[in-house]
Design a protein around this ligand. Structure first.
Ligand code: ZN
Length: 114
């Protein structure tokens, strides 16, 4: 499962920080990723919950900052938010649309620790 390896990488980052900054417990991890990045927040929480047992991140809460899909139309040259991609231009319905945002990979934005 994809979310297992993502959780493992997150935990590697957390334990690296824990080693350098000497905290004992992680309260919250704030994560960001694009809406099209194929990450399931629920699966990620589950995988993280399992893998974090016995680490400083055990029982940490995950917060998700999901980046919206943004497309740019090559016909009217406007950028719009969209629920999905591919899609026609929400403004002029042209199909000459390119993806600008929404596939960002998982990133750790902030960590609240004790
Ligand atoms: Zn357009």
């Amino acid at each position: 499962m994809h979310e297992m390896s993502l959780s493992a990488s997150l935990l590697a980052i957390v334990s690296d920080y824990a080693g350098r900054h000497h905290f004992s417990k992680v309260n919250t991890l704030r994560l960001s990723f694009g809406a099209l990045s194929c990450i399931e927040p629920r699966s990620l929480e589950l995988a993280f919950g399992v893998l974090s047992q016995g680490t400083p991140a055990q029982d940490a809460r995950l917060e998700f900052d999901i980046q919206p899909v943004v497309v740019k139309c090559l016909t009217c040259e406007r950028e719009s938010a969209s629920e999905e991609f591919p899609c026609p231009c929400p403004q002029c319905t042209s199909s000459e649309v390119i993806l600008m945002k929404g596939t960002e990979e998982l990133k750790l934005l902030e960590m609240d620790v004790d």
